[in-house]
Design a protein around this ligand. Structure first.
Ligand code: AMP
Ligand code: MG
Length: 408
């Protein structure tokens, strides 16, 4: 019996919620990119911390303007000026620059373009509204308010906003440790020569390293392990002692050299799953000692799809990130016919594009075999075809899910 994709994902996330080994550390703001906050971040100040001008223009009192639209100039305030001893006689205006402190008595700043300079002073041409062009204290951020909640993955805009608060350090969760190895007698390290005609490069471990570094994990690389039940068992044991999560590729199917299953039976609590998805039907998940385990199928496209769809949410959860879906999905018309057999949920690779009528549509990247890496190469989205759906004709609506940052 095949497990549905939703059930598999639910099982994985449930297991991660029982797994609570997160520890935290203080890091410099600059080093916090891609980390996850372990505490809410509270603003130590108001931003802006003083009323200031949004424009280059003139600060006025409305009472003066009601008397006369022509006011003599009494001085100039620049950004950074200390105005505690400012002398501003009534019946006059002040030249003021963007970001300069606005005196308490000012009711508005009038932008330069709405004034005229004359010999006897500044002529105010239009109507002036109370408070216009004054950026008020605390308008952006209030002192003591929560600016970033616990469990937030830190991005450049968020860190930039924290820099405006003068924050220099943050408490974040430590990186989770992920041990990886590839299984297969045919595998050769990239960089080494292929020694016989049936050898192939171990691209999966390379891919996994890229994916894990993008997800801000600490990687423990255990290399290539031959198809030998004892060596696989030993490696799993070592990996589980070193890491929070162990990820392997290959050997989880039903072939005669697929030893991961045998190796695991004695070691831990493992669910071998056949998931009703394509690509990526065989997928192992469970626990070895204190570590969680994901065994990905060996075909490169299956590795990438199962990592993206199942391992990625697990890692986000294990990293302490509060999960809001960062996957944008919607329906568009298929620009090409799509081959699909009933019975599994397909994650085909597609190109979301704009047609000559200016409408969004999605085209297939071509052949979708799980060994064909080129099917991913120019893709920018998954075309997700429902389990019970058959072939799709051009023009039918299909669900697409835009790739998130992980694949960019
Ligand atoms: P397996 O899941 O071990 O049955 O492997 C399925 C297919 O993926 C086979 O054609 C393998 O040669 C290939 N494969 C397995 N591991 C890797 C890897 N690390 N890198 C590239 N291809 C692999
Ligand atoms: Mg294999």
């Amino acid at each position: 019996m095949l497990l549905t994709f939703e059930q598999a994902k639910k099982n994985i996330l449930e297991a991660s919620s029982l797994y609570n080994q997160l520890s935290s550390e203080k890091v410099a703001l600059f080093d916090a990119l891609d980390c996850v906050t372990a505490e809410p971040v509270i603003s130590p100040i108001n931003v802006p911390s003083f009323n200031n001008s949004a424009m280059d223009g003139y600060a006025v009192r409305l009472a003066d303007i009601n008397q006369s639209k022509l006011l003599p100039l009494a001085g100039t305030i620049f950004a950074g000026d200390d105005i505690s001893n400012l002398n501003w006689p009534s019946g006059s205006c002040l030249r003021i620059m963007t970001g300069a402190p606005v005196p308490e008595q000012a009711d508005a700043v009038v932008m330069q373009e709405e004034t005229e300079q004359t010999e006897s002073g500044i002529n105010f041409l239009g109507d002036i509204k109370l408070g216009s062009n004054i950026r008020c204290i605390g308008e952006d951020v209030k002192q003591d308010s929560v600016v970033v909640t616990k469990g937030t993955r830190l991005t450049i805009p968020t860190l930039s906003s924290l820099a405006t608060l003068g924050i220099t350090e943050l408490v974040v969760y430590k990186k989770i440790k992920v041990a990886i190895f590839s299984t297969g007698n045919e595998l050769t390290d990239i960089g080494d020569p292929l020694t016989n005609k049936s050898a192939i490069y171990d691209s999966n471990r390379f891919t996994l390293k890229l994916l894990l570094s993008k997800l801000n994990c600490q990687i423990i690389d255990l290399g290539i392990i031959a198809d030998d039940p004892n060596r696989i068992k030993q490696s799993l044991e070592t990996a589980s002692k070193l890491a929070d999560l162990v990820i392997t590729s290959g050997g989880v199917s039903v072939g005669d050299a697929d030893y991961t299953k045998t190796a695991l039976e004695t070691l831990g609590k493992i669910n071998f799953w056949k998931i009703a998805i394509k690509p990526g039907k065989p997928f192992a998940f469970g626990k070895i000692g204190d570590a969680l385990f994901c065994g990905l199928p060996g075909n490169p496209v299956s590795t990438l799809v199962t990592f993206y769809q199942l391992v990625q949410p697990l890692i986000l959860a294990l990293s302490g990130e509060h999960l809001t879906s960062n996957n944008l999905s919607f329906k568009v018309k298929a620009a090409t016919n799509l081959k699909k057999s009933v019975g599994r949920l397909d994650f085909q690779r597609g190109v979301l594009q704009v047609n000559s009528e200016g409408e969004l549509e999605v085209a297939s990247t071509g052949q979708q075999g799980s060994h064909l890496t080129q099917s991913f190469n120019h893709a920018n989205c998954f075309i997700i075809l429902e389990q019970e759906r058959g072939n799709v004709a051009k023009g039918e609506y299909v669900t697409v899910e835009l790739f998130n940052n992980l694949l960019k």
